[in-house]
Ligand binder design. Structure first.
Ligand code: SF4
Ligand code: SF4
Length: 163
């Protein structure tokens, strides 16, 4: 996994134009069973990819925090939402609450999330490869393939499966 993670930014860069063309085509016309295909590709990929050997999303990007996330996690720490914000978050250029720094402060040395049960919705859903109408988040996915080995593999499989 370590080697793959090192190569991933370059691999993703090399595939960027090809991936962009593929998603542009997919946005115009996608298979009727698109959601079914994606669920299958997602499930197969995560049967062989163990996030505990990776944690690259937690180490390099981190999620955005919704109001509901902030309230839930602050409660977990018995803090007021405002205290939680001041201690851990900042506002980014899109006006979203994000981590003050990465790797995520809630990631432990064994790649476990210390707030797993109450983690942000974005963490639960990343890399979004099992969401409905996956073709609608093409721009995000084009970025995520440079961070997430599973997303990279899933997009490679998509291109073989959907022609
Ligand atoms: S979701 Fe992707 S980047 Fe995050 S730990 Fe799993 S494989 Fe790695
Ligand atoms: S909250 Fe947990 S899952 Fe989300 S980035 Fe931090 S360590 Fe990873």
């Amino acid at each position: 996994m370590e080697k793959f993670l090192q190569q991933l930014p370059k691999l993703a860069k090399d595939k960027h134009n090809e991936n962009k063309k593929f998603f542009d085509k997919l946005k115009k016309k996608s298979p009727k069973n698109m959601d079914y295909i994606m669920q299958d590709l997602h499930d197969r990929e995560f049967e062989r990819t163990d996030c505990l050997t990776c944690a690259n999303c937690c180490k390099t990007t981190g999620p955005l925090f919704t109001t509901a996330d902030i309230e839930r996690i602050a409660k977990h720490f018995k803090m007021k939402p405002q205290q939680f914000i001041e201690k851990y978050l900042r506002i980014d250029e899109d006006n979203d609450y994000v981590l003050q720094s990465v790797p995520c402060t809630f990631l432990d040395a064994e790649n476990y999330c210390m707030i797993y049960d109450v983690r942000p919705k974005a963490c639960r859903e990343f890399p979004h490869t099992d969401r409905k109408k996956f073709q609608q988040i093409a721009n995000l996915t084009l970025k995520n393939v440079a961070i997430c080995p599973a997303a990279y593999n899933i997009v490679e499989e998509m291109k073989k499966k959907i022609v």
